[in-house]
Design a protein around this ligand. Structure first.
Ligand SMILES: [Zn+2]
Ligand SMILES: [Zn+2]
Length: 335
């Protein structure tokens, strides 16, 4: 008996007749989080954590049929018990737990185990079958503690400001941007936001979140910006929009920045290996702590990691082919 299988529409639970993060339009879609490879357009009915609801309405339109649930709340779907649990990836992100006739399956969606101070921290959910992403599933990926990275970011901003430069920090508009904003030292200077980031912040305000920073509008006077910090999505790099903020130095926040090559390819002044995903050690720890006998790997280095899991932990492992990509592909980082 398989509680979750992949078909042409997505990850399907036959017993409960619903999908998780489907990529084609279906009737009932359980959504792990608001990144666009997991939350797509065209579902009849969406079920997600209630902090994802305003994001869904922002990105897919307010007329969508959406049901918000709490972490740990028990749902019953055609005899399958369903609950959402914190994934620690971004605000509202959830792992989804299914239980049917004594068997428990968990789909992680995207997750990280290190608390980011903004989203509800990851919770290990015991299960028999564990489906994990493995975006950074290679031993070369070991991220520095986020507290150190935020200290580096603030130090760099301060020194740029002292030299008369603005600081532009690129990070994904949903997730990375809020984490950066929550850790900036506002005493250094003014904080500004690209419209895409400001839109997400405004949506999150509806469910009680508040982040610093002023939206840069088309009529904003950029001459008054001096030593300011501007948070923008990676897609703003190399655009006339960002060039109007001169003189500035640019930094990129992404797990991929751990590799020197990707920094060079992006030609930014600084890279911060700030990640919304697990690194190698976190992935290993998640697999062990799940207690699952069966491990399925999806998006990332799934075949390498599947082999490693079988050899190292003696667990049954398999690759699940899905259409999820990571946020970099979404932003056109990797061709
Ligand atoms: Zn994601
Ligand atoms: Zn993803």
């Amino acid at each position: 008996m398989s509680l979750l299988t992949v078909n042409e529409n997505g990850l399907y639970c036959k017993q409960g007749d619903f999908y998780i993060d489907p990529w084609r339009p279906v009737k009932v879609a359980l959504i792990t989080h608001g990144h666009s490879d997991h939350m797509r357009w065209g579902m009849k009915h969406y079920i997600c954590h209630h902090h994802t609801v305003p994001i869904l309405k922002l990105r897919l339109g307010i007329e969508q049929s959406v049901e918000g649930v709490e972490y740990g709340e028990a749902l019953e779907m055609n005899g399958v018990s369903v609950s959402f649990h914190p994934a620690g990836h971004i605000i509202g992100s959830a792992q989804i737990r299914l239980s049917y006739q004594g068997e428990v399956w968990v789909f992680t969606g995207d997750y990280k185990m290190e608390p980011d101070g903004v989203s509800v921290p990851f919770e290990s959910v015991p299960c028999d079958h564990f489906i994990s992403e493995c975006t950074f599933g290679l031993p070369i990926y070991r991220f520095p503690a986020q507290t150190l990275l935020y200290q580096e970011i603030n130090d760099w901003w301060r020194s740029n400001a002292q030299q008369g430069y603005n600081t532009v920090l690129y990070g994904y508009a949903l997730g990375k941007a809020q984490n950066i904003l929550a850790h900036l030292d506002g005493a250094i200077g003014d904080i500004y936001l690209h419209g895409a980031v400001a839109n997400v912040n405004d949506a999150l305000e509806e469910v009680g979140y508040q982040f610093p920073g002023r939206r840069i509008a088309t009529d904003s006077d950029r001459r008054t910006m001096e030593g300011a910090l501007i948070v923008a999505p990676p897609s703003a790099d190399n655009t006339p929009w960002v060039r109007k903020l001169k003189p500035y130095r640019e930094g990129m926040c992404s797990g991929w920045m751990q590799l020197r090559g990707s920094r060079r390819r992006r030609s930014v002044d600084k890279g911060f290996a700030l990640s919304d995903h697990c690194d190698w050690n976190q992935l290993n720890s998640a697999v062990e702590r799940s207690g699952a006998s069966h491990i399925y790997l999806t998006h990332g280095y799934e075949s390498n990691f599947a082999r490693w899991v079988a050899e190292r932990y003696g667990k049954q492992s398999a690759v699940l082919k899905t259409l999820y990509n990571d946020e970099m592909e979404e932003e056109g980082w990797i061709s």
